[in-house]
Design a protein around this ligand. Structure first.
Ligand SMILES: Cc1ncc(COP(=O)(O)O)c(C=O)c1O
Length: 398
């Protein structure tokens, strides 16, 4: 009882897992092969088919996927990598592993995706890579990104941690550029608890990443304890321990089979939110361009504090008091201590990202949300919007 009173009425996220995932994991446990094996290979094949990629490698996280892709293209100390400031630290952190420099780019104020015009302006002779992040699940303008990459000979690694499934002009994310990195973290649209996938069109890089994800030892090392395997292996490079396990892959296979249905459920929630909030002058609903499909990983609501009479933090606190879970995506990287200390970024450097950050919050959007959960969120948002309008003004109080 006490727990019910204290817990959130609508949490920010609830994992879409159940009996099917439990059975799949139980089957792996009974098989007695727990780490990377047949299930992981099956997951890679089915995932590659789903996104239309020639090669897919299952890894322990999206961070590992981004790291392996940068390693495969041979990023060097002093190289520069363009990426949006509105992202999670993982996108930039992997660049620093190489002694290379994350060059932050401002975002398009409508979509909060990387602004290709600002990116172009920041290119130098040292720029080697661009990492577009498909923020909240909406693909970036990939035509612009590809044009920039071609004109300056840049490699493209898409950060699709939010974007499964999503598409740009009918092309699924994962089939568009040379590399794409996906996340299966606990809150993501396909979750294995922790996990990720890197897809590529480059066979040579696929081979390299396959070796590097497992200590740099020859490609079938994972198989060395099976009856078909061999104890003999060769260490070709100093690699990483980035493999996925069959326990995780079993969950991933179940989740992949319902990925479209889960996306459709999130889309319905987004449409319901849009319908409820679009005519409220204090609120701004997400902008999704007509030529792309979002995964609707996040529903980003933006506030107009001058109309509301108060700001984002107060808005979130008022929703919390009504037991609605929310979050903020993201505190722009240039506002964090590390990026300021190490690379000299300052508040004021990226005005669009800052302006959107100051007034955005993420509402609950997950497939198992019931109609009444969605209504509760809408009612709470509308109620909170009234606070500023009904609170006595200074003049009234006199
Ligand atoms: C945009 C973005 N990129 C990368 C990551 C890292 O994903 P993972 O936790 O799978 O390493 C995240 C995780 O939240 C993310 O939001």
């Amino acid at each position: 009882m006490t727990r019910n009173i204290l817990s959130l009425q609508v949490p920010f996220h609830r994992a879409a897992v159940g009996e099917e995932e439990i059975s799949a994991v139980a089957e792996v446990i009974r098989s007695n092969w727990l780490t990377m094996g047949a299930k992981t290979l099956q997951f890679e094949q089915e995932f590659a088919r789903y996104v239309g990629a020639p090669f897919a490698l299952a890894v322990s996280s999206c961070t590992a996927a981004l790291h392996l892709a940068l390693e495969a293209i041979g990023l060097q100390p002093g190289d520069e990598v363009l990426l949006p400031t509105t992202t999670f630290t993982a996108t930039a952190e992997v660049v620093t592993y190489f002694g290379a420099r994350p060059v932050l780019v401002d975002v398009d104020p409508a979509t909060m995706n990387i602004d290709p015009t600002d990116a172009r302006w920041r290119v130098t002779p040292r720029t080697k890579v661009i990492i577009p992040v498909h923020f909240a699940g909406q693909p970036c303008d990939m035509e612009e990104v590809i044009a920039l990459s071609e004109s300056h000979d840049l490699r493209v690694i898409e950060d699709a941690a939010h974007a499964l499934p999503a598409s740009f002009r009918g092309h699924p994310v994962g089939s568009i550029c040379e590399f794409t990195a996906f996340s299966f973290y606990a809150t993501k649209t396909l979750s294995t608890g922790e996990g990720g996938m890197v897809t590529t069109t480059n066979e040579r890089c696929a081979e390299r990443m396959k070796i590097m994800r497992l200590h740099g030892i020859s490609r079938d090392a994972w198989n060395r304890y099976s009856s078909e395997g061999s104890w003999r292996y060769d260490v070709q490079e100093a690699g990483y321990k980035y493999n996925l396990t069959d326990l995780q892959a079993a969950i991933g296979l179940v989740q992949l089979a319902k990925c479209d249905a889960m996306c459709a459920a999130r889309k319905r929630i987004a449409e319901r939110y849009n319908a409820a909030f679009s005519s409220n002058p204090a609120l701004q609903i997400p902008t999704v361009r007509h030529d792309r499909q979002s995964s609707w990983h996040l529903y980003i609501l933006r506030l107009r504090p001058q109309i509301l009479g108060f700001g984002r933090d107060e808005f979130m606190a008022a929703l919390k008091a009504r037991r609605i879970g929310t979050s903020v995506h993201f505190i722009p990287l240039h506002l964090h201590t590390y990026y300021q200390r190490k690379f000299g970024y300052r508040r004021g450097d990226f005005p669009n990202a800052e302006a959107q950050y100051d007034r955005c919050l993420s509402l609950p959007i997950f497939p198992s949300m019931q109609e009444e959960d969605v209504e509760r969120v809408i009612d709470a948002v509308e109620e909170v919007c009234q606070i500023g309008q009904t609170a006595p003004s200074v003049a009234d109080a006199r």
